[in-house]
Write a protein that binds this ligand. Sequence first.
Ligand code: ADP
Ligand code: MG
Length: 701
Amino acid sequence: QSGAFGVSFDTDRDAAAASLPTFNRNEKLALQDQRRRLPVYQHRREILYLVEHHATVIIVGETGSGKTTQIPQYLLEAGWCSHGRMVACTQPRRVAAMTVAARVAEETGSTLGQAVGYGIRFEDVSTPGLTQIRFCTDGVLLQEMLQDPLLTAYSVIMVDEAHERSLATDTLLGLLKKVQRRRPDLRVIIASATLEAERVAAFFDASTVRGAKAGGDDLSKQPALLSVEGRTHSVQIHYLEKPCSDYVRTAVQTAADIHREDMPGDILIFLTGQQECEDCVVMLEEEARKVRAGRAPLRLMPVPLYAGLPAAAQLAAFEHAPRGYRKVVVATNIAETSVTIDGVVFVIDSCYSKQTAYNPLTGLESLLVAPVSKASAAQRAGRAGRVRPGHCFRLCTEADFQALSDATVPEMQRAELSGTVLRLKALGVDNMMTFDWLAPPPAETMIRALELLHALGALDVSARLSKPVGQQLAELPVDPRLGAALLASGRLGCSEEVATVVAMLSVHSVWAGARGERKALEAAKAKFAVGEGDLVTYLNVWKAWQESGRDRRWAARNCLNHRTLLRAADIRSQLCHHLRRLGIAMESCDTEVALLRKALAAGLLMNAVQLVDTAADISDPSSAGVNIYRILRSTGPGPLPKLRIHASSVLARTRPQWLVFWQVQQSSSGWFEMQEVTAIEPHWLPELADHVYTQIGAQRS
Ligand code: ADP
Ligand code: MG
C-alpha cells in the first residue's frame, strides 16, 4: 500500500536498517561527551581565535550543530565573562531562550538563573553580578539599551537565528553596528542556520570606515566568516501527486501510513497555529486507537508544541518517547530552527505558516496563513536527517512547491513599525530614513508608523519624541498602543483596570481545555462574556479569579489556565510598578466601565471602526447579511478593507455600531477579522484625539 504519496518504503527500509547502530536513543552519553561530539566542537579554537581578532564573526551552521548551546560556553571557558561582564545570546523566540538556557545550565552543572540565566519580556531569570551567560530575546536586549545604550554589561553579543530576520533582530544588528564604533572592545557574533552571509558581512565591514576608533593593534574590522558543517544524513523528499484540500487531515493520514509501515523513528508535523496543532493531536489520538486495534508494535504518542503552550507542556515534546511508543510532535514554526528535537526521522510539512502581513495603505497589520518559502521548507526537511537518513513529506505537489518564493521576506518589510520607531527615537535615532538598516523598510510603512505615534501624542511637531508622553511610552515594555491606554488610564482614573487588561493581552490565551472540550470552553467563556466586548470580558475573568482566592480548582472548572493567570498577575504587578515610577496613581473606576472603555479607545484610536449596514458598497455577494465594518480614520487610495468581527469574539452576534479592535486576522476569503474588540462611543474619538478625528461627533447627530 502506497498511500497518498505513491511511494513505498520498502527500498528505504534496508538503508535505514544499515544505519541503525548509530540510532540508539537509550544510549546515555555523559553530557561532556555529547558536547565534544557536536560539529562546532571541531571549530572551538578557531571560533575563539576569530572572536579575539575580529570585531564581528559570522557563523553559519545547520540546526543542531551546537552553535547556540556551545559557543557561549566556549566564550565563558576562554575568559570572556571576567570583570563582571556577560555573554549575551539573543533569540527571536521566547521558547528558545528558556529551553536553551535550561540546557546550558544543565551542561555547566549550575542552577538556572545563577551562572546561566535568561531574560524574556516580563521575566528575568538571572542574577546581577553572578550571571555570566544570558540568553534573552532580541526584544529584551533592545529594551535594555534604553538604560544602557552601549550595552556595557556585555563583552560579547551573539545574535542567534539571524536567518529569521525578525524585526527585533534586524533592528538590533543596525544598532550594534553603531555601538561597535563607540566600543571597540565589544564583540558581535552573528549565528544563523542559513544566511546570505556575504551580505551581513558586507553590512558589518567597518574596515573602510574612516574615523572609527582603533581597537587595539590586531583587531580586524573586517568580519570573519566561518561555516560549520552539519551532521545530517540525506533526506528523501516526497510530494503529493494531487493537491490536498485539508492539510491537517492529510498530515494525520500520512503519519498513520508511516506508522503502519512500522519504520523506526519519531515524526514531526509542521502546521501553522495552536488550534490546528490541537485539532491534529485529537485526530492522531483517534488514529492511535484504531492502529492499536490492529497489530502495530508501537503506540502513537502525539505531543503538541507551540509558543502558547505552558512551559511544562512544551518540555514533553523534547523528552524521549517511553519504550513502546512513537512520538509525533505536532509543531508550529518554532520547531523549524529554534529548537532541536532529537529522534525525528520523518517530517510532514504542511508547507504553510502563520505570517504577519502589513499593508501601509490601510494601516492594517494582520496574521494570515500563507505558503512558506523554499528556504523554510528546506529547514523543515532538515529536521528529519538528524539521526539517520530521513524522509520529508511535503503536503503539496512538486509543481506547487516549485512556485514558492525562494526566501521569506524579512519581517522589517512586512510588519507594522510604530514600536520599532518609538524605541529607535528613544535611543536618539531621529531620522529613520538615514538609519543604517540591513534592509530598509518601505517608506510608506515608516510614514504610517510616524502617523500612529503622532496620533498617540508620542511625537512633537518636529517628529521628535515628546515629553513626557513619548518618553513614557518608550519606557513601557508594551506595544505603544497599549502603553497609550495605560497612560490614558491615569487621566481617567482606571489604571487598575487597564493594567489588568494589558496584562491579560500580554500572555497567550488564558483559556484552557482546547483539546476536545470545545463545548465546555464555549460555555465557560459565555459565563464571563459582557456586552462591552472582549477586553472587558478579560477584566471579568480576572475579577472572578481574584474572588475565588486565585483558586486552582476554580480555574480548572472554568476552563481557565491557572498558570497563565498567575503569569498575568505577575505581569500586572510589573506594569503597576512601571506606572507608579512614571508618577501614575493606581486607581479603580469600580463599576464605571465606560472609563475603562474610553482609556482603551485612547490607545486603539487608530483601530476605530463603524458598522455599515449593507454590503452594497463592498462588491462581494458572499458578504450579504454579514457584519461589515469600515475603518474610521483615513486610509490610502484603493478599496476599503473588508472588516468583520471574528467568530471568537463575545460581540460576534451583537455587532455594536462603533468599536475598537486590538488585532485582525485575515481569512482565506480576504476578510479582515477583528479580534478582541471593545464597544465605544463615537464622540470619544474627537475628545481623545482632535488632531485625528474632527468629524465623528457631528456625523452622529
Ligand atoms: P544549534 O544552535 O546549532 O541549532 P544547539 O546548540 O541548539 O544547536 O543544539 C546542539 C545539540 O544539543 C542538539 O543537537 C541536541 O542534541 C542538544 N540539545 C540542545 N538542547 C537540548 C535540550 N533541551 N535537551 C536535550 N538536548 C539538547
Ligand atoms: Mg540554535
